[in-house]
Design a protein around this ligand. Structure first.
Ligand SMILES: [Zn+2]
Ligand SMILES: [Zn+2]
Length: 393
């Protein structure tokens, strides 16, 4: 069954809205939902166009969310710049907004709830999920949030449809928090997942290569967890930021003696782990050289397939230096991530430097692809009105 998405409030009806089975009579529509909306459609390599498209129709097991904010993510930039997926699609997956329609069979959500979304949710039941490699699960690989066309996140649009298998990835934003914080849940989750994979002990020394938005999240969380963080970046402004986010040391990533410096900071033992948050192959070799025996290099930014780089395999076998990757989010960390963000133990608001209106999404993506001295996390604002919870953006 499909719910109508168009038209003025079309009759109140009784639907189950709470997991406790309480039935309340509510209006099915919070505001007039138009038939069409603005969306930024990917039409080919580096070709993003503002278009008028139908507002998605939802099924009775789905939600319709009016998008407030969507973060610009490097993986979107990759898809737009390299054309790794076929057009047309509507990208944007770091999405937060307000529920405007609840399918009649959906429980636990109500019109007006402010929510952060996850566009990938694992089945928790398959071989990959049993091995906790959720990002390899077939269900997880499906994108369950769309603004139309082949599902691709849809955050660069005014409304998104949340499919039933992505409902477990909907997180309520507390009244005291902003939509921006809701939009940061997904990237923070990916970082915490990466940190977990490193099996660190308190007091360990971790090299974070690259102090952009993701690098700073690593620095902030690692230092909060009691690690000594050595950050590197080519930009002095970002090295200063790295210190402000808790880095113990912040070094110039271009220093030719970088590996020696890193080893010297650990009395020659080598760093316990390296989080490579820049897609630079030379840094991987540096990381392997800077690690202690049994340490781990985590690849976080090498998201393009087909790239090869020489690795001294003896460092992996004899020195037991791990070389691993981490990609996307971990569903089981959702609650913990919400606590980090909403309690502001990790104040992600400090990361946001630019907001672009939806019509200027292409400019937002261009800036995120070529960051300036003063740019960090860049957001697209799909709408700045009709946001419940009293939060004006
Ligand atoms: Zn992302
Ligand atoms: Zn699975």
């Amino acid at each position: 069954m499909e719910c109508r998405t168009e038209g003025a409030p079309w009759a109140s009806r009784k639907i189950p809205i709470s997991p406790r089975g309480v039935y309340r009579k509510i209006s099915h529509v919070s505001a007039t939902i138009p038939k069409t909306m603005r969306a930024v459609v990917y039409r080919g390599v580096n070709d993003l166009r503002l278009e008028e498209v139908p507002v998605p129709r939802i099924k009775s097991s789905e939600l319709l969310v009016r998008v407030g904010i969507c973060g610009v993510c490097p993986t979107d930039i990759k898809k737009i710049h390299f054309g790794t997926q076929s057009p047309p699609r509507i990208y944007g997956h770091e999405t937060a907004g307000t529920i405007v329609r609840v399918g009649s069979r959906v429980q636990g959500w109500t019109v007006g709830d402010r929510v952060g979304l996850h566009h990938h949710v694992p089945c928790l039941d398959c071989h990959f999920c049993r091995h906790q490699t959720f990002a390899q699960c077939e269900t997880y690989k499906k994108t369950g949030i769309t603004a139309g066309f082949e599902p691709a996140g849809g955050g660069y649009a005014e409304y998104v449809r949340v499919m039933d298998f992505c409902l477990p990835g909907v997180v309520k934003i507390p009244a005291k928090n902003t939509l921006e914080e809701g939009a940061m849940l997904e990237p923070v989750n990916t970082v915490l997942k990466g940190i977990r994979a490193l099996s660190l002990l308190k007091g360990d020394t971790v090299w974070v290569a690259g102090a952009g938005p993701i690098g700073l999240l690593f620095i902030g969380m690692l230092s909060e967890l009691g690690m000594r963080v050595v950050a590197t970046d080519l930009m002095e402004s970002r090295r200063q930021l790295a210190r402000r986010w808790g880095a113990w040391k912040a070094l110039d990533g271009a220093d030719p003696n970088l590996v020696d410096l890193l080893r010297a900071l650990t009395r020659s033992r080598g760093v316990d782990a390296a989080a490579v948050c820049v897609p630079v192959d030379a840094v991987v070799a540096q990381a392997q050289a800077a690690l202690r025996g049994g340490g781990t290099t985590l690849l976080f930014a090498h998201t393009l397939r087909g790239k090869t780089a020489p690795v001294d395999l003896g460092t992996v076998c004899v020195d037991e230096k791990g070389l691993m990757g981490s990609y996307s989010s971990d569903f089981t960390l959702q609650k913990e991530v919400a606590r980090w963000v909403f309690s502001r133990r990790l104040d992600v608001r400090n990361l946001i430097t630019h907001r672009f209106p939806l019509a200027e999404t292409a400019a937002a993506v261009a800036l995120a692809a070529r960051p300036s001295e003063d740019s960090l996390k860049i957001l697209v604002e799909a709408s700045s009105t009709q946001i419940a919870g009293g939060t004006a953006l």
